[in-house]
Design a protein around this ligand. Structure first.
Ligand SMILES: [Zn+2]
Length: 428
């Protein structure tokens, strides 16, 4: 049904994720101006989700990582993050399906945190079911970004830094910052869209969900393409890949599914189905499995913290609806047997939670989401855009990814990142 990417020569895909009506309007306008309006009515567009317009120029070979990928072909390339000396550097595999037809370029990154395995399996399943001769556009998949962490079963890089706090990176910065810069400049900046795949971290599990900056209308429109997957408003923090990407006009979201250090087939299948739906909605191909794509449900959310230290025992389950005042769990001091309850502050749903464990006071135990309607979310995004436009005069084309700006996080103590993460609970 979505035909928004039939216009091969239109520059700047990134700004063109829109809902169907607006896309059709634009299509009609530009049909009038450019190519002959060949009776392209709504009805005959509807059955050509994968554009097959003879007037469209065939895609060119894609130059990436020192290679040329021919249209209609699949390639395995290698990215070498230049953090170590060349003789021992291990190249990271990058899978590319370059379609025969023009279309957007979608990037999938997984295991930026080396212990988050579900995304690796999602990228494998997705990439190997693509048929480049049937594909409109290009899919670039990096199944294991943090190869060192993956080998060690660790979230972090080998210097114990969290890679997802250093984007877009700096080629003269810390080791982590250089890896980030290399990934960003060699791969990510070639993408129109990015889905960064994660799981919950540190003994917390998440209901499969997208994290997206719902103050950004392009991101809102993109998030609606994933079928019925829950979407959580999360502006992101500086240094995260999706935040850095959005700042460069690459429309990006994070997908969270399951927990670290394990492979959860249900979470993997759910994620694959959501991205299959995305490919269909972007007009890149017809989905192999039909998901009747209900509207996504949007949430604002907050972590509810333990007020004392002790043994945390949950009384609710993931995805359960809870009422204001309901006991979510208890924390009990195992020696004095004094305890307290963690209480839901408003009606909502459990979107993330800690597994039962020993916690300290202030530990973020339950993430409770409050449902928002699509209309509320869109109105808010439009308002945020207007406010931003009023504040900043348009100063287009900021000077590329190779930023010489100071790098605030480069020099902090190694284990500070974990403490800060504990503080912000962004997890991604
Ligand atoms: Zn992660």
């Amino acid at each position: 049904m979505f035909v928004l990417f039939g216009l091969a020569a239109t520059p700047g895909w990134a700004n063109e994720v829109e809902d169907e009506e607006r896309a059709v309007e634009r299509q009609q306008e530009s049909d009038g101006q450019a190519t002959a309006g060949d009776g392209n009515t709504d009805t005959d567009k509807a059955d050509s989700a994968v554009a097959d317009d003879p007037a469209e120029p065939a895609p060119l070979p894609l130059p990436l990582l020192g290679r040329q990928v021919e249209p209609g072909s699949f390639a395995t390339l290698h990215w070498t993050p230049d953090q170590s000396f060349a003789s021992i550097a291990t190249p990271v595999p990058v899978l590319v399906a370059h379609g025969d037809k023009p279309g957007p370029r979608l990037c999938l990154t997984a295991a930026i945190h080396g212990d988050e395995l579900n995304g690796i399996e999602m990228v494998r399943r997705l990439m190997y079911e693509l048929e480049p001769d049937q594909l409109a556009g290009t899919v670039i998949g990096v199944p294991i970004v943090n190869l060192d962490g993956f080998r060690n079963g660790s979230r972090y890089l080998s210097d114990r830094r969290d890679l997802n706090r250093y984007f877009p990176g700096n080629k003269k910065g810390s080791a982590a910052s250089r890896v980030a810069h290399s990934l960003f400049s060699n791969i990510v900046r070639h993408c129109d869209y990015l889905v960064d795949l994660h799981t919950g971290s540190q003994k917390r599990v998440n209901q499969p969900q997208l994290r997206a900056d719902l103050d950004n209308p392009d991101v809102v429109a993109f998030a609606k393409h994933f079928g019925g997957m829950t979407v959580l408003h999360s502006p992101g923090v500086t240094g995260m890949l999706r935040d850095a990407a959005v700042k460069k006009d690459i429309v990006a979201v994070t997908m969270e599914a399951g927990g670290p250090n394990r492979l959860e087939t249900e979470a993997v299948s759910y994620g694959v189905q959501a991205i299959d739906t995305l490919l269909e909605n972007l007009g890149m191909r017809k989905a192999s499995r039909f998901w009747s794509a209900p509207q996504p449900v949007f949430y604002e959310s907050e972590w509810i913290r333990a007020t004392q230290g002790g043994i945390l025992l949950a009384e609710v389950e993931l995805n359960q609806k809870v009422k204001k005042g309901q006991v979510l769990g208890t924390v009990t001091d195992p020696i004095s047997n004094t305890g307290s309850a963690v209480i839901a502050p408003y009606n909502g749903r459990v979107l993330g939670m800690a597994v039962n464990q020993v916690v300290h006071a202030g530990f973020a135990a339950f993430r409770i989401g409050e449902e928002k309607t699509t209309e509320e979310v869109e109105a808010k995004a439009e308002k945020a855009t207007r406010e931003k436009e009023q504040k900043t005069q348009p100063s287009e084309d900021s000077p590329a990814h190779d930023s010489s700006a100071p790098e605030p996080e480069a020099d902090r103590a190694d284990d500070l990142s974990q403490a800060e993460e504990e503080e912000s609970h962004s997890e991604e």
